[in-house]
Design a protein around this ligand. Structure first.
Ligand SMILES: O=C(CO)[C@H](O)[C@H](O)COP(=O)(O)O
Length: 319
């Protein structure tokens, strides 16, 4: 395809497809982004024990996220939140047949090396843990294991992709049970993508200035303007507590949902997990979402984001 801006072959961050008959090596962008493609439309659940991981798998989760405390407990207990004990991660890897993700602190290269060594399928460089580096994220390009990173807006998403992230999740405000920040972030990212597309059609020369404003790599900005989508899969996260929350975010353009505190801090985790999976799958079918919402017992109590003082906003970690 020829780019209207440059008149030459369109630049792209798209990974190249290997020649027919050849097997792509592990750790290529194609393989790393491809795993996220396979998770599309599904729910990824935070779990802190092997038993919770089995409940998640039985409920239809497409993957689990191993961590030592769900975000609401991290929020309530405070202190420094770090990568989980390798024994816990290993126990979860051994307990389920679905992919296992695990969290490393922002900028913590060695936690990421350890998680890769343990054989997890994805690393979440997550603002839910205490950042190890307030200036740099992990250079993710050299790892064989793929990374997912959080973003509150398009510039942040493209900076993470430029560093090698193979999947994006809009951040929301984890551990609150309040979906409002997840809504704000997915809306912001979708709107900024649409604005880039419009600029591409009307004044493509303005895209270079827009890249500067977004503080994002120019080639990625040009690519998103041309294609109208991120070059990687984008899930949503943070504050999802009900089947209706999950369905709404899917209707708003998320390609899947992360749920943490909302399941295992609710009255009936197994029922709620299965209901959220069902509502995510059938997000456009209101009868199915209504049915999934019945009889789930108590949702997590949560905390309204509006009552959270700025230092307690996890989404502000990372840049
Ligand atoms: O931490 C995560 C991503 O890094 C979680 O998967 C997600 O943000 C959990 O949030 P919540 O507990 O509000 O569902």
């Amino acid at each position: 395809m020829t780019d209207t801006l440059t008149g030459s072959a369109a630049p792209t961050s798209a990974p190249t497809t290997p020649a027919a008959g050849t097997t792509p090596a592990t750790g290529t962008p194609l393989v790393k982004r491809g795993l996220a493609e396979m998770l599309k439309g599904g729910v990824i659940m935070d779990v802190v024990t092997a038993e919770q991981a089995r409940i998640a798998e039985d409920s239809g989760a497409v993957a689990v996220m191993a961590l030592e405390r769900v975000p609401a407990d991290i929020r309530a207990q405070g202190g420094v939140a770090r990568m989980s004990d390798p024994d816990l991660v290993q126990g979860i890897v051994d307990a389920v047949s679905i992919p296992v993700m695990a969290k490393a602190r922002i900028g913590h290269t060695v936690e990421a090396q350890i998680l890769q060594h343990l054989g997890v399928d994805y690393i979440d460089e997550s603002e839910v843990l205490s950042p190890a580096d307030y200036t740099h994220h992990i250079d993710k390009r050299g790892f064989d294991v793929p990374f997912v990173c959080g973003a509150t807006n398009l510039g942040e998403a493209l900076r993470r992709i430029g560093e090698g992230a193979s999947m994006i999740r809009s951040k929301g405000e984890a551990g609150t049970g309040d979906v409002s920040e997840a809504v704000r972030h997915i809306r912001t990212i979708r709107t900024e993508i649409a604005e880039l597309q419009a600029l591409h059609a009307t004044s493509p020369d303005a895209l270079f200035h827009r890249a500067k404003e977004l503080a994002a790599p120019t080639e990625l900005v040009l690519e998103v303007a041309r294609t109208g989508e991120l070059p990687v899969v984008m899930f949503t996260a943070g504050g999802v507590a009900t089947p209706a929350d999950a369905a709404m975010l899917m209707q708003m353009g998320a390609e899947g949902v992360f749920v943490g505190s909302g399941i295992f801090l609710s009255g009936d985790p197994a029922a709620r997990a299965a209901a959220i999976v069902r509502a995510t799958t059938f997000h456009d079918d209101v009868a199915a979402v209504a049915e999934a919402s019945r009889g789930l017992g108590e949702a997590m109590v949560g905390i309204s984001v509006a009552d959270l003082p700025a230092p307690h906003r996890l989404a502000e970690r990372g840049w």
